[in-house]
Design a protein around this ligand. Structure first.
Ligand SMILES: Nc1ncnc2c1ncn2[C@@H]1O[C@H](COP(=O)(O)OP(=O)(O)OP(=O)(O)O)[C@@H](O)[C@H]1O
Ligand SMILES: [Mg+2]
Length: 261
């Protein structure tokens, strides 16, 4: 059966995930509801261990829910699919393959046409500012450049949704700020929906149309914030009163949310 609540590209209803471990069951997510609109930039903010990566793995079909359901364009997610792309915290590039070959991994894995994939890969390398580096090896690139290769790889098969799980966590502060602006530019150029997991409140406010805030484990959505700042956003945006009000509101919320077991 196909249904598509509110035209969402991704939606979760009553989503729960219990990990069975040698120390007993661990409820990572409980009764989580969320939706991602076509073309939307959504950030997921939440304390460490609240189930953000678990939510992403469910949405990408890497694990199955214990209860509830998760729909991609109205259809239940039943396994990994080419309709999503994922960028993890570490670039995880193959060191023995060139940049272009790394970007082509999803094309090969999905059995897509290689000539068309190569053309798209070169376009994306241009978009992420690495046109000159197609035949370089990952070890010859900086951390920020490697993460841009990972973003190109996440987009090469033209997914409906790009998931990013703390993609800039391993970068230094200046590169991270630069990459935040780059991500906005890349997203505006591709038009796909983005679900972005981050620990950084200013990063989430800068990038998002909407932010969902999760509770400590078991994770569920406790707050939703719509960010109505005009685009494209730039350094001046960060000095705006509205930007700082959003950051202050979220910081206040986090004061009460972060608890340690
Ligand atoms: N494969 C697994 N087996 C057992 N427990 C797991 C597994 N993966 C995650 N967990 C547990 O589920 C909970 C949620 O983990 P998850 O990685 O989704 O959190 P997170 O919000 O992404 O945290 P962080 O911000 O630190 O990355 C944690 O308590 C974690 O210990
Ligand atoms: Mg995580």
């Amino acid at each position: 059966m196909t249904e598509n609540p509110g035209g969402a590209v991704l939606s979760a209803q009553g989503l729960s995930l219990v990990y069975q471990t040698s120390r007993g069951p661990v409820t990572a997510l409980q009764d989580l509801d969320m939706a991602l609109a076509p073309g939307e930039f959504l950030s997921v903010l939440g304390p460490s261990g609240c189930g953000k990566s678990t939510l992403l793995k469910l949405a990408a079909g890497l694990i199955a829910p214990t209860r509830g359901r998760i729909l991609l364009e109205g259809q239940a997610v039943e396994g990994p699919t080419g309709r999503v792309g994922i960028v993890f915290q570490q670039p995880s590039l193959l060191p023995w393959s060139t940049v272009i070959e790394n970007v082509l991994i999803p094309i090969r894995a999905l059995g897509r046409d290689l000539a068309a994939g190569r053309k798209r890969a070169l376009e994306l390398l241009k978009l992420v500012g690495l046109a000159e580096f197609a035949s370089h090896y990952p070890g010859e690139l900086s951390g920020g450049m490697q993460q841009r290769v990972a973003i190109a790889r996440g987009l090469v098969h033209e997914p409906r949704i790009l998931f990013l799980d703390e993609p800039f966590a391993a970068l230094d502060a200046m590169t991270r700020e630069h990459m935040t602006g780059e991500l906005q530019r890349i997203w505006l150029a591709t038009g796909c929906s983005v679900a972005f997991i981050t620990h950084s409140i200013p990063e989430a406010v800068f990038l998002s149309d909407r932010i969902i805030v999760m509770s400590s484990r078991p994770g569920r959505v406790v707050r939703e914030v719509t960010v109505d700042l005009p685009r494209p956003r730039n350094i001046a945006t960060m000095a705006e009163a509205r930007f700082n009000r959003h950051c202050a509101e979220l910081r206040e919320l986090f004061k009460d949310l972060v608890t340690f077991e």
